[in-house]
Design a binder for this molecule. Structure first.
Ligand code: ADP
Ligand code: MG
Ligand code: ZN
Length: 482
């Protein structure tokens, strides 16, 4: 029998507010253990929570961006369960009356536009962290640390509308892009700023009723989600094909070993004894709050990417790469507007992003060293064919470390751009004919002699040639002779 997978995602988004969800402690990482704590986030008796309005403003931004219905009066609830990293023994979250419902996320999956329906987005607080077991002498101990306890989270839950692991990956990539563009979260899965649980079931193709689902917890990378969901679909298919039934359960996925383990058979909502949080008032959202959130919305990433395609004639692939972050898209536009937009895209997508990755520079660092007008002046010279390819690459490399205009850099490094490949080829041929020894050495595998040959050509050109061009021509000619 042919089966189809049905997947629903529950995503937790850590908001980058200055303070926690219900107290004034700073949300700040790398502090000593339990530094950022107070009676509220430590759950001490008698401490009273207060809602962080910035977190609510961020939630509204996300809800509006996704076209959700926003509830004017939503309610916080206590979700009761015991775990040592949660000192109150309940988590403050929202239950039957969440802040946002419905809405959709538009996603491009393998070149095709899709729209995925959402169930809800609600506000809640994060738990602390436990580290265990650790060894101290001959004792085994667990450590608890509450710096993260009470950090604002949004939980976004999709309808069971995803069908493949690739769709899950595309969904999360798009969600990450969105929260970054909205400025509400850094969305880094490796750092736990975006976390995802995946609910998976199978059903015979053509059947509309949903099958029994399992839930894979705490997937912490997009690749991990793809692999974990793939593994669980395979496992369920094998079970069903062998005639077994799927048992509803919560699973853990070990991405390093591609292994699924059953954590517990699934609890249901009544196990949590949800009830309205008595210490917090109803969360009221006014029209003015909504207007303010709407005014804070940037151009949404998918709208901007579509505009990159229509306005600058970029391929959708380029638009998606450049639209990856607001900073990158802004930088691109500042370089492209009124110039050769595709050339700007090529240089930024390949060279700028390569420097950023090689050096581990955030884009801001690059943009500080090479602000858009400087990059633009460089691109204009490339577009005007004033810089041969290898020289352009060389100038680009200098720009990353040195100050000055393109002309100043060329002068500083004693390069006068005259020698086009056509001018230099006769000199190259001459040098090769005059140096049979080094040529033979090169062809025998001692490729370092190309330095000597380059020097000889440079000398013949009176120092006017561009070494990179010379070296490339030499390599071409030598390859021809080899
Ligand atoms: P629960 O009460 O078990 O947490 P919810 O109805 O809250 O279930 O849904 C949680 C997530 O599981 C949602 O993303 C939803 O789309 C998804 N989901 C629900 N039923 C199924 C199913 N049969 N197969 C796959 N995903 C499902
Ligand atoms: Mg759930
Ligand atoms: Zn606190």
């Amino acid at each position: 029998m042919a089966y189809e997978a049905v997947i629903g995602l529950e995503c937790h988004i850590q908001l980058k507010t200055r303070t926690k969800m219900f107290c004034g402690c700073e949300v700040e990482f790398g502090r000593p253990a339990n530094w950022n704590t107070c009676p509220v986030c430590l759950g001490l008796p008698g401490a009273l929570p207060r809602t962080n309005i910035t977190a609510i403003a961020y939630a509204l931004r996300l809800g509006l961006a996704l076209g959700c219905d926003i509830r004017h009066e939503s309610v916080f609830a206590r979700k009761n369960y015991f775990y040592p990293d949660m000192p109150k023994n309940y988590q403050v979250t929202q239950y039957d009356l969440p802040l946002c419902e419905h809405g959709t996320l538009p996603v491009v999956v393998e070149g095709e536009s899709r729209t995925f329906e959402l169930m809800r987005i609600h506000c809640e607080e994060d738990a602390g962290k436990s580290f265990h077991p650790e060894r101290v002498g001959d004792r085994r101990i667990s450590r608890l640390e509450f710096n993260r306890a009470g950090t604002p989270l949004l939980e976004l839950v999709t309808e069971p509308v995803l069908r493949t692991p690739a769709e899950c990956a595309a969904f999360l990539t798009q969600l990450r892009k969105l929260v970054r563009a909205l400025g509400i979260s850094d969305g880094d899965m490796e750092k736990g700023q975006l976390r995802c649980d995946a609910n998976v079931s199978l059903r015979p193709v053509g059947q509309s009723a949903l099958g029994v689902k399992t839930e894979i917890k705490n997937l912490n990378s997009i690749k991990g989600v793809e692999k974990g969901v793939t593994a669980e679909i395979d496992r369920q298919r094998r079970e069903l094909e062998s005639g077994a039934r799927i048992v509803q359960a919560t699973l853990l996925y070990d991405a390093d070993h591609d292994k699924l383990a059953i954590m517990r058979t699934k609890e249901s909502a009544h196990d949590y004894r949800y009830f309205p949080e008595p210490d917090l008032p109803v969360l009221r959202v006014t029209d003015a709050d909504l207007d303010a959130a709407r005014a804070a919305l940037p151009e949404l990433p998918w709208v901007r990417e579509a505009r990159f395609v229509s306005q600058y004639g970029l391929p959708p692939y380029d638009a998606a790469v450049l639209g990856d972050s607001r900073e990158l898209a802004d930088y691109y536009e500042a370089c492209a507007r009124g110039g050769d937009a595709k050339l700007a895209s090529n240089w930024i997508m390949t060279e700028v992003l390569r420097v950023r990755n090689d050096r581990g520079w955030p884009l801001e660092k690059w943009a500080e060293q090479v602000p858009a007008p400087r990059m633009r002046a460089f691109l204009d010279k490339v577009a005007a064919k004033e810089l041969p390819g290898p020289v352009a690459k060389q100038v680009f490399a200098w720009m990353a470390d040195e100050a000055g205009s393109v002309d100043e850099l060329l002068a500083l490094h004693g390069i006068q751009v005259q020698g086009s490949a056509e001018d230099l080829r006769p000199l190259v041929l001459q040098v090769l004919d005059e140096n049979p020894g080094p040529v033979a050495q090169y062809l025998a595998g001692k490729t370092i002699t190309i330095g000597y040959l380059t020097g000889a050509v440079m000398k013949k050109s009176g120092g006017q040639a561009v070494p990179q061009v010379v070296q490339q021509l030499l390599a071409e000619e030598l390859a021809r002779r080899g």
